[in-house]
Design a protein around this ligand. Structure first.
Ligand code: ZN
Length: 440
């Protein structure tokens, strides 16, 4: 295993640790197809499991950041017995005495599709400033043109990029301490001393304690305390910050500002999420169910049609917190939506959305889910299912919902899907059988 791939996750996917998010995604798709247990006799479920586990970490920018920066661990004892290489910038390749692991975001939009692509790695301060600017300029040109998430993501990402990108203090401190030991092992005592001085203030108590010990050892060995402070290369100029603020706010104009104010003004909790446009499947009739489900003249139907977002039957939603799911039903039929736990298939919630209207539920706990929908006309007398299902489908892939907690906010996600009557979506949902939809 190489030093920057401690558990071999990149190797499992056959990519370099410097691979972009897109390279990781396409490598995974290719390997998943080859190794999926259903694919062929030579496929192995063990291999499939391994690449899926690797992808789950590397596809999440923050988990990938944690994995990448966990590679740099050394002890003071090691520094005295072997030579340790200091950490290099992943962009320019030069030794970075005070590196950071940073995630920048680039936003790309096209009408209703908005994606936010992470660009991440270990940066020296000067490469980080260049990458932050580049990602923001790309977002400025490519990010705005999608409704409604384009402007929201663009502003958030440009501000993130302008203020140094997403980075974890504990990861940065871990790398500075690693470098203090690396320079110690190479005999550069003055630089090791200056980095150890910084590490004394680390959040990690172990690092702080070892750093304080190293500082006093190096002072005895002749390190000069007057040269114990390094210039902080991460300070950015006024111009840099102002440039990003201009990109985020001045150019997009009042419209974007209005949307931003609406979404950011909600006090201690905020939401973000993705918006996707899906076509509903061609309105193919289910032959098997037609035979026994054609409404006979005297089949009783539901008289009290549910409202938009009304829950049908028991659910596992939280009444106090959780993520939201919004369905815009652009079709001419009423829809029932089911949220299922990905692994067990258990129904977490089922709810109703009237034709050409929008329904929303909240309180979905953290987890991975698949979302199914069915179109129909009249509900049966239980008011929980259609007398006759016209068609049913499932959105491709599973959605991961994860609550993020920062010092001041609890951030939950809003998933937003649009169902269109005509097959015009960017992604074709999978058609499922009536039995699969009705399964409990
Ligand atoms: Zn660099």
């Amino acid at each position: 295993m190489s030093n920057n791939d401690p558990q071999g996750l990149y190797k499992a996917l056959g990519v370099q640790p410097s691979a972009t998010a897109e390279e990781i995604k396409s490598a995974y798709r290719k390997l998943a197809k080859e190794t999926h247990p259903d694919a062929s006799q030579t496929a192995s479920s063990e291999k499939f499991y391994k690449i899926s586990a690797a992808y789950e970490i590397l596809n999440d920018p923050l988990r990938r950041a944690e994995y990448d920066s966990s590679a740099f661990q050394a002890s003071a004892h090691e520094a005295k017995t072997r030579v340790i290489d200091p950490i290099c910038c992943s962009r320019c390749g030069q030794v970075a005495a005070q590196p950071r692991y940073v995630v920048f975001f680039r936003v790309y939009s096209f009408i209703v599709m908005t994606t936010r692509r992470p660009v991440q790695g270990i940066f020296c301060a000067s490469c980080a400033k260049k990458e932050g600017l580049k990602s923001s300029v790309i977002t400025l040109f490519a990010g705005w043109w999608g409704a409604p998430w384009g402007p929201i993501y663009s502003i958030g990402s440009i501000l993130n990029n302008g203020f140094g990108g997403k980075h974890e203090r504990s990861a940065d401190e871990g790398m500075v301490w690693y470098n203090a030991l690396a320079f110690l092992s190479r005999g550069n005592l003055q630089l090791s001393y200056a980095l150890a001085m910084q590490s004394r203030k680390a959040l990690d108590k172990e690092i702080a304690r070892h750093a304080a010990e190293l500082v006093s050892q190096l002072e005895k060995a002749g390190a000069d305390p007057r040269q114990g402070k390094l210039r902080n290369p991460w300070v950015t100029s006024m111009l840099y910050g102002t440039g990003h603020l201009l990109m985020a706010f001045a150019l997009p104009g009042a419209l974007a500002l209005g949307i931003f104010a609406n979404t950011q003004g909600s006090g201690a909790s905020a939401s973000y999420g993705g918006s996707r446009l899906y076509s509903s499947p061609p309105s193919k009739q289910y032959q098997s169910s037609v035979q026994n489900a054609i409404p006979k003249p005297n089949v009783p139907t539901c008289t009290d049609v549910p409202y938009n977002g009304q829950l049908l039957g028991p659910n596992r939603l939280s009444s106090t917190a959780g993520h939201s799911l919004e369905i815009r039903n652009g079709s001419s039929g009423n829809a029932i939506i089911k949220v299922r736990a990905e692994l067990s298939g258990a129904v977490v919630a089922a709810f109703f959305v009237r034709s050409n209207q929008t329904g929303q539920i909240t309180g979905i706990p953290d987890g991975r889910y698949t979302v199914q929908y069915a179109f129909g006309d009249a509900l049966d007398v239980s008011c929980r299912r259609f007398v006759h299902l016209n068609s049913a489908g499932q959105f491709p892939g599973a959605e991961t919902l994860q609550t993020e907690q920062t010092a001041t906010q609890i951030i939950t996600q809003v998933l937003s899907y649009t169902l269109y009557a005509v097959p015009a979506g960017n992604v074709t949902p999978q058609i499922i059988s009536a039995q699969d939809f009705e399964r409990q």
